[in-house]
Every structure is written in structure tokens, then in C-alpha cells.
Write a protein that binds this ligand. Sequence first.
Ligand SMILES: Nc1ncnc2c1ncn2[C@@H]1O[C@H](COP(=O)(O)OP(=O)(O)OP(=O)(O)O)[C@@H](O)[C@H]1O
Ligand SMILES: [Mg+2]
Length: 314
Amino acid sequence: MDVPGSALPTPPTRFIGRSNEREELARLLRNQRMLTLAGLGGSGKTRLAIEVAREATAVPETKPAFVDLSAIRDGGAIRSDVAHQIGVGTKPEESLSDALIGTLNAGPVLLVLDNCEQVVEGCRDLIGILLQSMGGSPSNEIRRGRPEDAARLAWVHLRTWQQAYAGLIPESYLDGLMNLLPDRTAHWRRWLEEAPPWVAAPDAGQVIGFARCGPSRDEDATPLVTGEISGIYVLAEHWDTGVGRRLMQACLASLHEAGFAEATLWVLDVNVRARRFYERGGWRPDGATKDDAREGFTLHEVRYRIGLRHRVPA
Ligand SMILES: Nc1ncnc2c1ncn2[C@@H]1O[C@H](COP(=O)(O)OP(=O)(O)OP(=O)(O)O)[C@@H](O)[C@H]1O
Ligand SMILES: [Mg+2]
């Protein structure tokens, strides 16, 4: 379902500075469902919130919904005001709360409530209802990989191949993969230094998935314009929990932040599950295919492409 209205406002002047705050807020947003910006009048809360929301919703499937509460004084009217501003209507017999929950949860949607100070209690109640409907905080943190993750990443890398490609590529090849562990660990030590991936891990726990992205390595790619996700790997025990989607969002946000206007990825043509996952995220096949010859078998891959939302020049 779409959020019908309420795009982010376009401020008349250019945004200046605040790079540390923007980075910190982006980090928190990846891992929290709710964030509050508090500060003195005129200190730049609204501008900062708009800027952070713009970057966080550069991911094609995430939409912003901006609501200015400065005109309302009656906390009881907050639900109808928010629904009105983001263009949510109710069906017969449906409560406003249910209509809002339905629209926002069909998302992902980043809801920005500006000027909550006149209606603090109403905001608190509304946010409480919304958070409750979403089932608390996401349980895995998305962060950059660190040197000490090398051995675990190597294992997750090989294990997820065995899980995701069972039945798709020869069993004998998959069975032998774990023999590569020492070698793969050494590779990961280097990769972690050169270009740390995004990883998903429970608090202070072991990595359960990762995603790598950077400039496209394809010969036909336009340098600085086309970025690439070179792989999203999540242990099968954690499929369908939203972890893969959050890793993809982290990749797209960082590619967008780095200035790329689009991204591509290669996926095994027979990997229906992965293809559906990408298609749900807005990716489409761009017609390119390639064959990757391995020992004794060939992988047929298709390329998918997605546009990253236009970045307002800084
Ligand atoms: N980083 C920035 N770059 C450019 N202009 C900024 C920046 N931060 C704030 N401003 C400008 O300063 C003014 C005050 O900022 P803003 O409205 O965001 O403050 P606020 O904290 O939301 O204030 P209030 O408490 O009154 O809502 C605005 O005109 C805004 O456009
Ligand atoms: Mg403000």
C-alpha cells in the first residue's frame, strides 16, 4: 500500500554541515524504530530531521511521511490530523488507529512528526500504538563488519551457499565447501580491511548475515554512477525475519550516500527465492546475463537494476 501524501518538505535554502549528527542519526535509525530530536527553538531540529529522513528514504522501497503538528492544540485530534495529512482514509467499521497502522506497516514508511511539543501526550499515545503494532525493536543490529568478525563471516559465507544453493548447484561442490574455511577466513581478513560489509548480528552476538556493496565491477557500468550489491547472505534459520531487507536497505543507503545514481546485482537465474526477494524490493532484470564457469559446472546469472532516488546536491 502506498502512503498517499505528505512528501518531505523542500527547504528553500541548502543544508549546511551537521555531518556527525547525520551519520549518528542514520546509524540509530537503522536499528531503532523511534528516534526523538529535542533541542532549543530554532536549533535546527526540523531541518536535521528532514535531511536525515531524505537520506534514509533514498532506498526505493522506503517512503517518508511528514506531518507538521504545529497547528493542532487538541491532543485528541492527533490521529485524525496525522491521517488527514498523510492521506489515509478509513473504510467502514475501521478505526483511525487501524487505518494508520495498516498504511504505515504496509511500508516500510519513515513517519516524521514535527512540532510535537504542543501535543506531547497525544503524540506519546499515537507512537505507543504504532510501536506496539510493530512488535518492538528489531532484534538484530545492522553494523559494519569488524576485523574480529573474519572467521565467522567466512563460515556464514560458506554455510549460506550450502543452504541457499542446495538443489541448484551440484551437491558434491556444496559438500566440499567447508574445506575452504581457512582460506576464506584469510580472504575475509583482507576484505574487512579494504571494504567492510554490512553485517547483521544480535547484540554482542555472532554475525548471522552480511551484505557487500561498492562500485559496479561490470565493464559496461558507468563509473561513479552505477553501484553494485555483490551479495546478501543470511543464514537460513533467519530467513523471512526482515534481516535481508534491512541489509539491502543499508547497502542502498550507503551507495546513495556515496553518490551512486543506480545499483545492479547478479543473481543465479534459478534462484527463484532470491529473485522474488529483489523484485519485492523494486529491483527489475535489465536484460543482461552472464555465465560463470566453476569446476565442473556453470552458473547462469541474470542482472537486476534499481534507481536510487535523486540526491539533492549538498
Ligand atoms: N543545517 C542547516 N543548514 C541550513 N539551514 C539550517 C540548518 N539548520 C537549521 N537551518 C535553518 O535555521 C532555521 C531554524 O531551523 P529549524 O526550523 O530546523 O529549527 P527547529 O529546531 O526545528 O526550530 P523550532 O523549535 O522552532 O521548531 C530554519 O530557517 C532552517 O532552515
Ligand atoms: Mg522545528
